[in-house]
Design a protein around this ligand. Sequence first.
Ligand code: SF4
Ligand code: SF4
Length: 509
Amino acid sequence: MPSADAAVAESKIPGDGRGLPPAEDAPKVQLFASRIKVYPRMVVGYWRQVKWAAVAVLLGLYYVAPWIRWDRGPGVPNQALLIDMPGRRAYFFGLEIWPQEVYYLTGLLIMGAIGLFLVTAWAGRVWCGFTCPQTVWTDLFMWVERMIEGDRNARMRLDKAPLSFDKVRKKILKHSAWLLIALATGGAWIMYFYDAPTLVREFFTGQLTSAVYSFIFLFTATTYVLAGWAREQVCIYMCPWPRFQGAMFDEDSLIVTYEEWRGEPRGGARKGQSFEGRGDCVDCGMCWQVCPTGVDIRKGQQMACIGCGLCIDACNGIMQRFGRPPELITYDSINNQVARSRGEKTRIRLIRPRTIAYMIVLAVVAGIMTFGLSTRARLEVNVLPDRQPLFVKLSDGAIRNGFTFKILNMRREPKSYMLATDGLAGAEISVIGHHNEPGPYVELAVGPDEIGTFKLFVRAPLESLSGKLTNFDFYLIDQATRESVRYTAVFNGPAHHDERAAVTAGAGS
Ligand code: SF4
Ligand code: SF4
């Protein structure tokens, strides 16, 4: 029980007795803030040119790649890059991936991820700033917007202006252009899964299935919404990558940074005035006005900064106008910034423990992939033993097991194989439906690029079995190329010695 003193003390605590104010007096916390629309200003400079080059190359590759042809012979898709879902193949120029080889794609994804870790440790958010699809398409959509509605101030005026013919015209024009680009983007994505010329023809003649139309419109809508409307919100709120890429940075990673040590104290300035006793930043605001995510980099590193470098271009223009040294906002490492502020020598350190670790992992995965691809078999077998019955005792005392035998001929020509067993003395094979006498081997034919399925019986003398379970090998050899494959299987037989004896006795009687 609480003491009387404690009860008195408790009675003096306002609210619920735990020190919290009564619910009706609690300050209202707003968990939702409306988006403040970003109106990025156009900028010219080195990093803007790099970004235009990245946009041109990446969009060019994306739209053009499905149209590249690659002759693989008759009856086979001639699209260089194609994931053929109905045919269960992925084609990458001369490389053909079967469903059971999907681990190659996994390996490629792992290499891509490790490569991204390495590049991030070296050069910061170059993926986000220059090559991420969200960045590339947003750049394209912003360019269209600027062409139609004008630069930052004109767009802000237009949005604030009352409804007019000119405003409606510009908005309709902009959204129509966005939708057309989005449609081309959604359609191009489907072309990686569908023959490109056929897709275009069937799209306009209404011959595509409703599923294909649905996917095209889904990707069209996604592009339109993400690049046209959501823009920087995707990077700030939706994308997981900014949240864990900080783990790849260290003090030697290159990042976009403000040289506070020479920029402050900042303040307005006129052309030709002295900068004695003050910082170089003239507080013009151009750095955040050109920023596609609305970041003021002078406040330090922020998750919303995608590292695109446009603020560097903007500030360099201002510095030039005021006759001050460039790179007040610069692309540099934290260690170099500290060194610069002290007037010490700077250096770029590419070889560091974490980059060495990433390079080793990358080299190992690349080595495994290269070895796997260069030595991969074009012939595979799959064997499924019959479960019911496990074995049959034949009248001559032999034991028979049934198997479903599958041969994957991954070559473009028909093949004839010879199948034998190894490890079962006196074993004979017969194929159901082939009407051949049981013998030590059988010939099996499989068409080009096909899976041949055969129902087999293997019969073996009881004496050749080592017990209830006897390991043996199926041995398949390509009669033309001598390429071969082994598959270790289990032969079922009677469990106990007396049963085996009974079988033997039964056979002899
Ligand atoms: S652009 Fe440069 S000078 Fe202008 S506010 Fe930004 S940092 Fe200062
Ligand atoms: S702060 Fe600079 S580098 Fe970062 S996103 Fe904005 S413009 Fe790009």
